[in-house]
Design a protein around this ligand. Structure first.
Ligand SMILES: Nc1ncnc2c1ncn2[C@@H]1O[C@H](COP(=O)(O)OP(=O)(O)OP(=O)(O)O)[C@@H](O)[C@H]1O
Length: 205
């Protein structure tokens, strides 16, 4: 998948200016860059939120074939975790899955009573079990402890083993392998798309 000659502005503010970006199929693709550089904007464009995707987006699945967990997603506070899993099963095609221990522990808790980290883990988990072609996560490990952040990345890698493509924004570099594809947003005109091994020596943070 690739985006050619990509430009995006908010009013007079230029976020992307004629850049090319490459994504690897069936792999983890990490979008890196400083706060405010445009990572979430790029994800919204890929997921076609509010029709933001232009015709220079090549090879991406249709919006209804994409699972997208943005930073603001939530559920009704009165639903228990079990209700939510049931609801998602009715609403979407679901990949066969085993309920992980971290989710089993909170099955009967209402969404509104979960901790911030537990909510995030649940939201990430749900987005990994719905059957889509492309999975997009905006800072999935935000507020999640180190052990469970590692587990979340195991779920993502299992998706790629099933032939799925995953795109993730993150500020934490610990879960990136040298062979993973990285899209490093340096500034509106400068983007590096390559293996993490090749990109990391040129990253400024
Ligand atoms: N709807 C909007 N209208 C105007 N400016 C916006 C809008 N949404 C985002 N921006 C601006 O565009 C820039 C890119 O925002 P974006 O959320 O894509 O950054 P980001 O790289 O995801 O940042 P972070 O790492 O802090 O989450 C920011 O400077 C932000 O203030």
């Amino acid at each position: 998948m690739k985006i050619e000659n990509f430009s995006y502005t908010y009013g007079t503010r230029t976020i992307f200016d004629q850049v090319d970006l490459y994504f690897e199929d069936c792999q983890l693709n990490f979008i890196l860059g400083e706060n405010g550089v445009g990572k979430s904007t790029l994800l919204d464009c890929i997921a076609d939120v509010d029709g933001k995707r232009g015709n220079n987006f090549i090879g991406f699945p249709k919006p209804n074939e994409i699972a997208y967990l943005s930073q603001g997603n939530n559920f009704n506070f009165e639903l228990t975790v079990q209700d939510i899993l049931q609801f998602m099963k009715q609403l979407h095609g679901i990949i066969s899955f085993k309920v992980p221990v971290v989710i089993k522990k909170i099955l009967h808790v209402k969404f509104g009573n979960l901790s911030g980290g537990e909510r995030r883990i649940l939201l990430v988990f749900i987005n990994t079990i719905i059957d889509k072609d492309l999975y997009i996560f905006d800072e999935p490990e935000s507020g999640v402890d180190l052990k469970h952040a590692q587990e979340i990345f195991d779920w993502f890698r299992e998706l790629t083993e099933q032939g799925k493509t995953v795109i993730i924004t993150t500020h934490k570099l610990d879960n990136i392998y040298d062979t993973d594809n990285v899209i490093y947003l340096k500034n509106p005109r400068e983007v590096l798309s390559d293996s993490y091994l090749k990109v990391k020596s040129r990253m400024a943070f």
